[in-house]
Design a protein around this ligand. Structure first.
Ligand SMILES: Cc1cc2nc3c(=O)[nH]c(=O)nc-3n(C[C@H](O)[C@H](O)[C@H](O)COP(=O)(O)OP(=O)(O)OC[C@H]3O[C@@H](n4cnc5c(N)ncnc54)[C@H](O)[C@@H]3O)c2cc1C
Ligand SMILES: NC(=O)c1ccc[n+]([C@@H]2O[C@H](COP(=O)([O-])OP(=O)(O)OC[C@H]3O[C@@H](n4cnc5c(N)ncnc54)[C@H](OP(=O)(O)O)[C@@H]3O)[C@@H](O)[C@H]2O)c1
Length: 538
């Protein structure tokens, strides 16, 4: 007797996308639902949605897009990225509007976030933290193109969601666990211009599991002094009720007090008149009438329009949600699965008389007390992890906080007694004050775990000297490691360092591998394709 077997759900989400197996299963089910051929219960999609989502075309989205993404380079400006995406389907132009970091802070990579917006399955257009207001504005204008077509019928997506929704016990961005803040230790010595902390968080009973290479997401809270200054500037009662909480409580952990969003200026434009109204409207449109737009956090925006008293509830609605921040994990679960370590640089800078505080970094650097709860989750790595073969040599390039995942890699390789050789390039401002984990690395060198340690101090000499300068100096050896099959990893600043390091790598391949410039570029591109050149940059 024959039995009807349901066809397996096709894998539409690439294996490299930064999702847990449960999230991947859910998304595969979700996309499979959207592209199902039987048409049952399907509400007509817009032309753009159909093109983006229905099968039958040259790609799984049914549009003619060839899948190339020349804009997928975080060092390109938004205008350049949009130019490169000109003429592409909306989902691709939306992707180009994102910051191209695939950082996972929004909960997706850039491509999946844009696909879900076009599928009308993600309504929030302000989730791209590195893209900030610029990305949010571009998404908003592109979203208008999506028109008023109805979203796909809930029926279409309901079945797969119900079948494979992630179990509520698995902590995620939308379902964080509660860890316990354990310790903070300053990594710089006195006299340093930097303030970087080694942080440890207890994960016991959280259900959180991680692998080296993953990032750790945590929900910060705003500085209470800043919250109180906002309340004073608003001239509103701190206990004003909003959705069952007080205004102060919502300002502490619910909304971002960093760059003032366009919506806030829009609100102000409704509440005032004349020249002030024009100014608020201009700011809401992304213009900069007084040349100070980049300095306007929420407090500065309120202070720019004194005497206007918006309703506190409307004010809160005009703000962006306070988003979690990600940190590269600096510890190995093989050594202790109940603890996670992070390496956090404290963001503080002054604008006029007021010191601005990075929300999460100053929360970790000082505001959170030992043994206090912290809402957290793991963001699985997006193709960033140790080679499967423990014999494979690895070269790790991580200046500043970029060293974090490499401490984790080394701990893991030490704990698992992996035989592969390990070479670390570390750099920072001054050898005397900024040599993070110096004693640990010395111990690992003595034990033979850290085969080679190459250092670059940018401010010890007359001229700047960076990790890529050190790489060039030892290029011949580096080439030999590559020829032996080494994997190369880069972590840290994505705006300049990662590009400069890549350029150095290409030059080394050309010089010591006896290749032309074009061949060297192709060689490095091939390394990347093989997963032998991986980056975790931000
Ligand atoms: C995958 C990933 C891994 C990461 N790993 C690490 C890590 O291991 N360690 C680490 O320290 N960080 C890491 N980060 C960065 C981290 O997530 C936060 O972005 C960082 O800590 C700042 O967050 P914050 O809340 O403290 O600052 P925010 O409140 O977000 O403020 C930061 C913003 O302030 C502005 N700003 C900063 N300095 C200045 C200045 N001098 N002048 C004007 N404006 C300025 C910028 O707009 C900047 O975006 C990582 C990011 C990603 C995406
Ligand atoms: N989103 C945020 O707000 C946030 C928060 C924390 C960190 N970050 C970024 O994350 C990165 C890591 O920060 P960090 O404090 O750990 O260290 P960092 O600022 O990256 O500095 C680490 C070392 O890298 C050097 N460096 C500067 N430019 C370089 C380049 N083009 N190539 C190679 N090395 C270069 C620095 O030298 P000099 O400084 O002497 O030039 C320093 O010696 C930085 O880009 C930082 O801006 C961002």
């Amino acid at each position: 007797m024959s039995q009807t077997v349901a066809p397996p759900i096709p894998s539409l989400v690439p294996e490299t996308a930064p999702f847990s197996p449960e999230q991947r299963a859910w998304l595969n089910g979700f996309f499979a639902g959207l592209v199902s051929l039987d048409g049952a219960g399907v509400t007509a999609l817009s032309a753009e949605q159909s093109a983006a989502l229905m099968p039958g075309g040259a790609n799984e989205f049914g549009d003619s897009d060839d899948g190339s993404a020349p804009w997928h380079d975080q060092t390109l400006a938004l205008t350049e990225r949009m130019k490169l995406a000109d003429g592409k389907p909306l989902r691709r132009r939306m992707m180009a509007a994102m910051a191209q970091q695939d950082c996972g802070q929004c909960g997706y990579n850039c491509e999946d976030y844009s696909n879900l917006i076009v599928a009308k399955k993600e309504e929030r257009l302000n989730l791209c933290v590195p893209g900030g207001k610029e990305t949010a504005r571009m998404l908003k204008s592109l979203y208008e193109e999506l028109g008023k077509a109805p979203a796909p019928s809930p029926k279409v997506a309901a079945e797969p969601i119900a079948k494979s929704a992630p179990a509520p016990s698995i902590p995620s961005r939308d379902n964080p666990a509660t860890g316990t803040f354990l310790t903070r230790t300053r990594l710089n010595k006195p006299g340093s211009q930097k303030e970087t902390w080694h942080i440890e968080i207890d994960l016991s009973d959280t259900g959180i599991a991680y692998t080296v290479g993953d990032s750790f997401g945590l929900f910060p809270v705003n500085d209470p002094a800043l919250v109180d200054a906002v309340i004073t500037a608003l001239d509103a009662p701190a206990n004003f009720p909003i959705g069952g909480r007080t205004l102060r409580e919502v300002l502490i952990d619910g909304v971002s007090l960093s760059p003032a969003p366009d919506m806030l200026f829009q609100l102000y434009s409704y509440l005032t008149g004349g020249a002030r109204r024009q100014k608020a409207k201009a700011l809401a449109a992304g213009e900069d009438p007084d040349g100070d737009a980049a300095t306007l956090d929420v407090l500065a925006a309120i202070e720019k329009f004194p005497g206007i008293r918006p309703d506190p509830e409307a004010f809160i609605e005009a703000l962006d949600p306070l988003q979690p921040r990600l940190y590269s994990i600096a510890s190995s679960p093989t050594i202790d699965p109940t603890r996670v370590a992070l390496t956090v640089d404290t963001v503080r800078y002054k604008i006029a008389k007021r010191t601005r505080l990075g929300v999460a970094s100053t929360f970790l650097a000082g505001r959170i007390r030992v043994n206090a709860p912290v809402r957290c989750y793991v963001q699985p790595a997006h193709a960033f992890g140790l080679p499967a073969d423990p014999q494979t040599p690895i070269i790790m390039i991580g200046p500043g906080t970029g060293v974090a995942p490499f401490r984790a890699f080394l701990h893991e390789r030490m704990a698992t007694k992996a035989k592969g050789r390990n070479w670390l390039f570390f750099g920072h401002q001054h050898s005397a004050t900024d040599f993070f984990y110096e004693d640990e690395f010395a111990g690992m060198k003595a034990k033979g775990v850290l085969t080679r340690l190459s250092l670059a101090w940018s401010r010890d000499g007359e001229e700047k000297f960076y990790v890529q300068d050190r790489m060039r100096e030892v290029g011949r050896d580096l080439w030999h490691w590559l020829a032996d099959g080494a994997h190369v990893y880069v972590c840290g600043d994505g705006k300049r360092m990662a590009k400069d390091v890549e350029r150095a790598l290409v030059d080394i391949v050309a010089q010591h591998g006896a290749r032309s410039a074009d061949q060297a570029i192709a060689f490095v591109a091939d390394l990347r394709k093989q997963g032998r050149y991986q980056q975790d940059v931000y």
